[in-house]
Design a protein around this ligand. Structure first.
Ligand SMILES: Cc1cc2nc3c(=O)[nH]c(=O)nc-3n(C[C@H](O)[C@H](O)[C@H](O)COP(=O)(O)O)c2cc1C
Length: 393
C-alpha cells in the first residue's frame, strides 16, 4: 500500500516536472495549451489547429540549435517581426449577397496547374526537423495536395533524391538555386536540376556574396563561413546565368519596384518578391509594402509578369492579402519546415489547415474563385500611409 502511494507520488512529480511552459514569442494567443507537453516529445498532431501551433510544437521538440536555425532572422529581426505584424494593419472587405457555393482554389504558376495558390518555398536543411525523410516528406505532401514545392539547393537530400520522391510523373516541382562564385558548380547544378525534371529555377538574386548575420543561430554554430555566393553578380552575370539553362528563371528576393521593373524590361516571365523571411537584409520592407510600391510605381509589372511573394504568411488571410495585392502565388517557408517534424503527415496537416482557412475566409468575403481575388477585397490605407508618408497619394 505504502509502495503504491510512493509510486503514485513519483508519477505525479514526474508529470508536474515535465509540464512545460514555452515562450510563445508574441505569437497570437489562440489558447494553445502546452501544459501536458513534454520537452523533446512531439505533441499530438491533431491538437495543433493552426500554423503557429506547429511552430510552438517544433520549438518544444527540436534541438534548440535546430529550432534556432529555422526560426532565426538577421540582426535585430526587425524585418522578421514586421513580416509577422504587417497583417494587422490590413482590413479585409467581406461582401454579402453572393453565391459562394462553388469554391475554386486552383491556380496556374508559370503555366502549370496547381490546386492551391500557396506553395512550399525553398528552405535549407529539412533534415534538421526530420532526419529520415527530410525534403522527401515535403515532396510527397505537396504532391498529394497538388501544390507546388520548390526545394532549396541547400537541401539535406540531393537534387535527384528529391526529384525521385515525386508521387506521380505529373507532379511539377521547381528548384531554387544560388548564384555561386564557382561557375562550374553553378552550371553542374543547373544541368542536374533540369535533367531531374524540375520545371523552373527560383534564382535567389540578392545574397550577393554573403548571408545575413543571423545571431540567434550563430550563437549555436559560431560565425558563418563564406557561403560561396558571387559578390560580382550584376546584370551581365544575370544574363550569363540565363544562358546556362533552358529552364525559366524566376529572380527571388526582389525588394524594390526598380528591380521588379528591371526584371520586366529584361523579359522575365515572373519575379518572386521576398525578404527571405527576414533572414537576409534586416530593415528590408515586407512583401505587402513592396507589392504596394510596385503597384504605385510600376503597375505594368502585374499585367506582364507573374509575381510570387512570401514572408510571415501564417494564415490564409495573409495569402488573400498578397493575392489581392497582385501576387499569383504565395510561399510558405518556416511553417513547412516546422510541420515536417511530423513527416509527411505534419506537412499534410499544415496544408489542410491553411486550405480550410482559405476556403472559409473566401466564403466569408463573398468570393468563391481564388483567381478573382483583387484589390477590392482589401483596404491597405494604413500601411500606405505609414510606408509612403501621410498625405501622399
Ligand atoms: C530555415 C530556412 C532556410 C531557408 N533557406 C533558403 C534557401 O536556401 N534559399 C532561399 O532562397 N530562401 C531560403 N529561405 C527563405 C524562404 O524561401 C522564404 O523566403 C521565407 O522562409 C518565407 O518566410 P516565412 O518563413 O516567414 O514563411 C529559407 C528560410 C528558412 C526559414
Amino acid at each position: 500500500m505504502l509502495r503504491a502511494h510512493i509510486l503514485l507520488l513519483a508519477g505525479l512529480c514526474a508529470t508536474l516536472s515535465s509540464a512545460v511552459t514555452i515562450d510563445m514569442e508574441g505569437l497570437p494567443d489562440t489558447g494553445l495549451d502546452t501544459s501536458t507537453w513534454v520537452t523533446g516529445v512531439a505533441p499530438p498532431l491533431e491538437d495543433l489547429y493552426e500554423l503557429n501551433d506547429l511552430q510552438i510544437a517544433a520549438k518544444n521538440t527540436l534541438k534548440p540549435s535546430s529550432y534556432a536555425s529555422y526560426r532565426t532572422g538577421a540582426l535585430d529581426e526587425i524585418t522578421y517581426q514586421a513580416n509577422l505584424e504587417i497583417w494587422q494593419y490590413i482590413k479585409l472587405n467581406g461582401f454579402t449577397f453572393r453565391d459562394v457555393s462553388d469554391l475554386n482554389l486552383n491556380t496556374s504558376i508559370l503555366g502549370y496547374n496547381f490546386s492551391l495558390p500557396f506553395f512550399i518555398a525553398p528552405a535549407a536543411n529539412a533534415g534538421l526537423a526530420n532526419s529520415t525523410t527530410a525534403e522527401l516528406s515535403l515532396v510527397e505532401a505537396a504532391g498529394d495536395a497538388g501544390m507546388l514545392y520548390v526545394p532549396s539547393i541547400s537541401s539535406t537530400k540531393s537534387i535527384e533524391q528529391i526529384a525521385s520522391a515525386s508521387v506521380s510523373p505529373d507532379q511539377v516541382m521547381f528548384h531554387q538555386e544560388y548564384v555561386w562564385s564557382n561557375k562550374t558548380r553553378l552550371q553542374d547544378e543547373l544541368t542536374r536540376i533540369e535533367a531531374a525534371g524540375f520545371k523552373a529555377i527560383f534564382l535567389t538574386v540578392d545574397n550577393t556574396g554573403i548571408n545575413g548575420i543571423r545571431t540567434r543561430s550563430i550563437r549555436f554554430t559560431g560565425e558563418e563561413t563564406d557561403p560561396g555566393h558571387a559578390s560580382t553578380f550584376d546584370l551581365k552575370a544575370l544574363a550569363a546565368v540565363r544562358n546556362m539553362t533552358s529552364l525559366p528563371i524566376v529572380p527571388k528576393g526582389i525588394k524594390t519596384w526598380q528591380d521588379a521593373k528591371t526584371c520586366l524590361d529584361l523579359g522575365f516571365e515572373a519575379i518572386y518578391v521576398s525578404n527571405h523571411g527576414g533572414r537576409v537584409l534586416d530593415g528590408a520592407p515586407t512583401s505587402v509594402e513592396v507589392l504596394l510600391d510596385i503597384r504605385k510605381n510600376a503597375p505594368e509589372v502585374f499585367e506582364k509578369m507573374e509575381v510570387y511573394a512570401d514572408g510571415g504568411v501564417r494564415r490564409a488571410n495573409h495569402v488573400i492579402t498578397l493575392l489581392a495585392l497582385g501576387a499569383r502565388a504565395v510561399g510558405l517557408g518556416r511553417s513547412a519546415m516546422f510541420s515536417n517534424l511530423y513527416g509527411k503527415e505534419g506537412v499534410a496537416r499544415m496544408i489542410y489547415l491553411l486550405q480550410t482557412e482559405l476556403g472559409t475566409s473566401m466564403k466569408l468575403m463573398g468570393e468563391s474563385d481564388v483567381s478573382a481575388i483583387n484589390s477590392s477585397y482589401i483596404n491597405t490605407k494604413w500601411v500606405e500611409n505609414r510606408y509612403f508618408g501621410f498625405g501622399s497619394s
